[in-house]
Design a protein. Structure first.
Length: 269
């Protein structure tokens, strides 16, 4: 059966709606009942991050060289970010909060999400999980990734100041929050999220627009990153590009272009 200009190879339903997997031109994509692609994988090169916004979400690596601390991800999708972290950061330990058990099943059956002792998946509400652990998990995570925002808006449980305050509390002093936002800087949904982030992180924020897409990636820092300069960032961007085959120099140029003043608050030479 053809759907979304491709071959429908899987369809299932749960209480939250439909889950579809479509293949076209060597790309397998995840859909939740619309043509919007939630996740994608190249069948001939599964380790390559197929979606531009997911590649942009790796830009945090400009500011953090290692990832030995625990990582928390809100939202699994097809597991692209999870697989990337497991593959390139062998010392990392990941906890993923995903609200739909059926999404986890499809990520494993169709998108190569591995069974890995470093990976723990919890079925539940990401907003509740974060808010309920500001004491027990205070200062635990080196990286917190939130990918629960689409063209319809953020999930209700993370659309509030309390969620972002809790994210800040869960991060270590050198921790970074990475969030996928949508709609452009003039969109009220983006503006609300930016304000919540700013208040929670004392405006130590960077925004990276995804070229040719409606996504904007937000990076929020618990503290300024010491011992780093634009010159050292440029060198690191080149090294990361060679290592990961992702255009980190372009990320850095765009971060500098769109955050000329706030970048100085984030890095400390």
């Amino acid at each position: 059966m053809q759907k979304y200009d491709g071959l429908l190879i899987h369809e299932s339903h749960d209480d939250d709606g439909i889950i579809e997997v479509v293949e076209a031109a060597g790309v397998r994509s995840l859909h939740f009942g619309s043509s919007s692609i939630q996740s994608a994988i190249l069948l001939t090169d599964p380790e390559h991050l197929a979606l531009a916004y997911v590649r942009s979400m790796t830009s945090w690596q400009l500011f953090k060289e290692t990832l030995a601390d625990p990582v928390l991800l809100i939202g699994l999708g097809g597991g692209s970010i999870t697989r990337h972290l497991l593959h390139h950061h062998p010392d990392c330990r990941l906890t993923v909060i995903e609200s739909r058990k059926s999404v986890v099943r499809v990520a494993r059956s169709h998108f190569g999400l591995p069974q890995d002792p470093r990976l723990k998946i919890i079925i539940g509400d990401g907003g509740d999980y974060v808010r309920q652990r500001t004491d027990s998990h205070h200062g635990r995570y080196g990286l917190l990734v939130v990918d629960a925002f689409d063209h319809e808006g953020m999930a209700t449980s993370i659309s509030n100041q309390a969620f972002f305050d809790a994210c800040q509390a869960l991060l270590k002093d050198d921790g970074i929050l990475v969030i996928n936002l949508w709609g452009g800087t003039s969109n009220p949904l983006f503006q609300a999220a930016a304000l919540w982030l700013g208040k929670a992180f004392d405006w130590k924020l960077l925004f990276l627009p995804v070229v040719g897409r409606g996504n904007i990636i937000g990076l929020a820092f618990k503290q300024a990153v010491p011992g780093i300069s634009l010159k050292s960032l440029r060198a690191r961007a080149v090294a990361l590009e060679q290592q990961l085959h992702i255009d980190f120099p372009a990320f850095l140029r765009d971060l500098n272009k769109h955050n000329a003043s706030t970048l100085k608050q984030v890095i400390k030479p």
